[in-house]
Design a protein around this ligand. Structure first.
Ligand SMILES: Cc1cc2nc3c(=O)[nH]c(=O)nc-3n(C[C@H](O)[C@H](O)[C@H](O)COP(=O)(O)OP(=O)(O)OC[C@H]3O[C@@H](n4cnc5c(N)ncnc54)[C@H](O)[C@@H]3O)c2cc1C
Length: 483
C-alpha cells in the first residue's frame, strides 16, 4: 500500500510565530488557596516512567518498599516507546569482552529478546548494540513494573512540590481527577527535565554553557524501502543539497535509523530535527513539535526521489518529539567531561558505560562524537566525516584503552535537597559528560541505583548520607558487575 506524500501547504507561514499565544504580559493573578487531597502515601515516589523511572521504581519495590510510579502518558518507556528510539547500547566494555552492565538494563533486554523483539548487532549476537521493537518494549516495561510490585499512576502530571527547608514534604500532581498530593519518604526525579527538582525550587543547569540544548528529533517510520536503497548517510547528504520547502533553510540534520527487526523494508528514521528548542519550555516545545512535522513531510517527499526509497510510505510518527537535553540537577558531585573521557574511578561508582560524548549542535546541522579510544568524529550537515583526536595526540598515535567510564552516586543527589534523588538524563553532569551518559542503557543503571539507594535510606535520613558501600553491594547482588 503506497500513500502519496501530503505536501507542505503554502498557507502556513514560517517561522511559526503566529500559531503560538502572544508572549506573557507579565500580569499575574492570585490562585485561591486550597487543600489538596492526599491521593497516595508511600515509601518511595518516582516521577517519570522512562527507562530511568521504571528501573528506579522496580528496584525500590523489589527491596520491599511501597513504591509509586507517576507517568504523564499512558505507557511506560519514555523515549524508548513514546519517541520510538529503538537502539540500546552494549552491555560490554570497549574490549567487547568484559561485561560492565547487568541488573535491570540487562533484564529489560533479555525480556525483549525472549519476545523476539531485540536483536544484537554483533556477529556473536551478544556483545554489540541492540535494536529493539519500541512497541513491544511497552510490554516489557509493564512486566518489569507490575511484576516488581510497583503501583502505577498513568496520565498524571507532576505539577508542583511542597518543601520544608531541605525536604520535599509532598509532590502535587494533576490528572483528569484534578489535583492531588503524594506523600513519600523519598522522591525520585526521573522526568528527564528535572521537573521535581525545579518545582521544589532547587538549582538546575540548562543545556550547554550558553544555555542552549542539544537539538531534539521527531522519529518516524516508513515502509516499502527497497533492498538496495541508498544508505542513510547518503540520504542525509542528498537531503542537505536542497533547501527545505517550508522555510527555505538547509536540512538541520544528523540523520540515523534502524531497519525493522521483523521486516527490514520497514525503516525507523531519527530524521526530523529542529533547532533552537528548549523542550522544557512549553512554547518552544509546541513550535518544535509542529516544525518537526512540517520537516518530516518535506523529508518524505524528497525520500521518494532517492534510489531504493521510491516506494516508501509513512507507517507512523512518534507520539512526541524526542528530547535529548534540557535541565540537569546541581549535584553533590558533578560528573565532568574529563571523568568520562579518562574513565575516572570513583569509590562510590554506581554505573558504568562506554557510549561516547555525543553532541547534536543546538542551532546548526551536525554532530560531534568523542570516543573513549581518543578519536573524535565530526559529521557535517552534508554527512562528511572529519576525523581527529580529542586528546591532542597525532592521528596515528595508539588508541587509548579505557575500558569504560563510571558515574558516582553523588551525581544523583541534588545538592540543595535531602530526600530527593535524580536519575536518567537529568543527573548532575556537565554538558559534555551528559552527552555520553544520557543514553538509555545508562539511564536504566542510574534508575536502579537511585531506587536501591532510596530503599536503603532510613526514614528521615538524607540521600547524601546513604551507605555507599552497602549500595554498591546491593547493586552487585542485583546483577550489576560494578568493577
Ligand atoms: C532522537 C533521539 C535519539 C536518541 N538515540 C538514542 C539511542 O540510539 N540509544 C539510546 O540509548 N538513547 C538514545 N537517546 C537518548 C535517550 O533516549 C534518552 O536520553 C533517555 O530515554 C532518557 O531516559 P530518561 O528515563 O531519563 O528520560 P525519558 O526517556 O525522557 O523519560 C522521561 C519520562 O518522564 C515522563 N515525564 C516527564 N515529565 C513529567 C511530569 N512532569 N510528570 C509526569 N511524567 C513526566 C515522560 O513522559 C517520560 O515517560 C536518544 C534521544 C533522542 C531524543
Amino acid at each position: 500500500m503506497a500513500s502519496e506524500v501530503i505536501p507542505f501547504s503554502r498557507e502556513v507561514q514560517f517561522p511559526l510565530k503566529g500559531c503560538l499565544p502572544d508572549p506573557p504580559s507579565g500580569r499575574t493573578i492570585a490562585e485561591p488557596a486550597r487543600q489538596a487531597p492526599v491521593i497516595a502515601e508511600c515509601d518511595v515516589a518516582v516521577f517519570g516512567g522512562g527507562p530511568a523511572g521504571v528501573c528506579a521504581a522496580a528496584a525500590a519495590a523489589r527491596a520491599g518498599k511501597r513504591t509509586l510510579l507517576v507517568e504523564r502518558y499512558g505507557c511506560l518507556g519514555g523515549v524508548s516507546t513514546v519517541a520510538w528510539v529503538n537502539m540500546i547500547h552494549t552491555l560490554y566494555g570497549t574490549d567487547r569482552k568484559t561485561k560492565i552492565i547487568g541488573g535491570l538494563p540487562e533484564e529489560f533486554l533479555r525480556r525483549l529478546q525472549r519476545m523476539g523483539a531485540a536483536k544484537n548487532r554483533a556477529a556473536d549476537g551478544e556483545t554489540g548494540d541492540w535494536v529493539i521493537c519500541s512497541e513491544t518494549a511497552k510490554f516489557a516495561w509493564d512486566d518489569i513494573a507490575v511484576a516488581s510490585g510497583v503501583r502505577l499512576m498513568f496520565h498524571t502530571w507532576l505539577a508542583g512540590a511542597v518543601r520544608d527547608r531541605r525536604r520535599v514534604t509532598a509532590a502535587l500532581v494533576e490528572s483528569k481527577s484534578g489535583r492531588g498530593a503524594i506523600v513519600a519518604n523519598t522522591y525520585i526525579d526521573c522526568t528527564g527535565d528535572a521537573d521535581l527538582v525545579r518545582r521544589a525550587g532547587a538549582a538546575t543547569t540548562l543545556g550547554n554553557p550558553d544555555g542552549k540544548c542539544q537539538a531534539p528529533t521527531l522519529v518516524f517510520r516508513v515502509g516499502g524501502r527497497g533492498e538496495k536503497a541508498l544508505a542513510l548517510g547518503q540520504v542525509q547528504a542528498e537531503l542537505f543539497k536542497t533547501t527545505m520547502d517550508y522555510n527555505g533553510e538547509r536540512y538541520p540534520c544528523y540523520l540515523w535509523g534502524n531497519a525493522g527487526i521483523w521486516n527490514p523494508a520497514e525503516q525507523m528514521m531519527a530524521a526530523a530535527r529542529v533547532l533552537n528548542v528548549n523542550a522544557a519550555e512549553q512554547g518552544d516545545l509546541t513550535r518544535g513539535e509542529l516544525e518537526a512535522r512540517y520537516q518530516l513531510r518535506w523529508i518524505l517527499g524528497r525520500l521518494k526521489t532517492l534510489p531504493g526509497w521510491e516506494k516508501t510510505y509513512l507507517l507512523d510518527v512518534a507520539a512526541g518529539l524526542g528530547v535529548r537535553e534540557t535541565h540537569r540537577i546541581v549535584p553533590e558531585q558533578l560528573l565532568k567531561r574529563e571523568d568520562v573521557l579518562h574513565g575516572t574511578i570513583f569509590g562510590d561508582t554506581i554505573a558504568q558505560g562506554t557510549y561516547p560524548v555525543d553532541i547534536h549542535a543546538p542551532d546548526a546541522p551536525g554532530i560531534v562524537f568523542q570516543h573513549l579510544d581518543g578519536t573524535s568524529v565530526t559529521v557535517g550537515g552534508d554527512a562528511r566525516h572529519t576525523r581527529g583526536r580529542w586528546d591532542g595526540e597525532p592521528p596515528d598515535a595508539p588508541k587509548r584503552t579505557t575500558l569504560c567510564w563510571r558515574v558516582p552516586y553523588g551525581a544523583l543527589v541534588p545538592k540543595d535537597l535531602d530526600n530527593v534523588l535524580a536519575a536518567g538524563r537529568c543527573i548532575g553532569a556537565d554538558h559534555a559528560a551528559a552527552g555520553a551518559v544520557r543514553v538509555m542503557i545508562n539511564c536504566m543503571q542510574f534508575g536502579q541505583a537511585a531506587g536501591t539507594a532510596a530503599a536503603l535510606l532510613a526514614p528521615g535520613a538524607a540521600a547524601r548520607d546513604a551507605d555507599r558501600p552497602a549500595l554498591r553491594a546491593a547493586l552487585r547482588a542485583a546483577g550489576a558487575p560494578l568493577l
